[in-house]
Design a protein around this ligand. Structure first.
Ligand SMILES: [Zn+2]
Length: 122
């Protein structure tokens, strides 16, 4: 399949958005079917993930207490350990590279930060 940026009209909110080559490559890299989505990321989060955003851990260092996650729409966002709820055992959940997570975005004076970051099993 040849990848190219595709303009899509979201059937939920009616806005135009691009299904970018980068997003297509990411799906392929994850071994998923590369199909044109019919709703935008914002609507997908609202309908599929209960209002949360979906992303993938790029790296997270429990020692340093922070890391970054890759956002579905492209780009990456800072994760601080205070944005990661502890498990019932009082420990940080495993946030290995490639782990899928759901999160929310908090605007801080230092810039956007992912909070309520929880591991997600598709
Ligand atoms: Zn939409």
């Amino acid at each position: 399949m040849t990848y190219r940026d595709t303009l899509v009209i979201c059937k939920e909110c009616g806005k135009n958005f691009f299904f970018t080559v980068e997003m297509q490559h990411r799906l392929a890299d994850q071994g998923r079917e590369v199909t044109v989505p019919d709703i935008c990321d914002a609507c997908k989060g609202r309908t599929q993930y209960g209002g949360k955003l979906h992303g993938i851990i790029k790296w997270f260092s429990p020692e340093k207490g922070f890391g970054f996650l890759a956002q579905d729409g492209g780009g990456e966002i800072f994760v601080h350990r205070t944005g990661v709820p502890l498990t019932e055992q009082g420990t940080l959940p495993p946030l290995e590279e490639g782990q899928e997570v759901l999160y929310e975005v908090l605007d801080t004076p230092k810039g956007p930060q992912a909070v309520q970051v929880r591991p997600f099993q598709p």
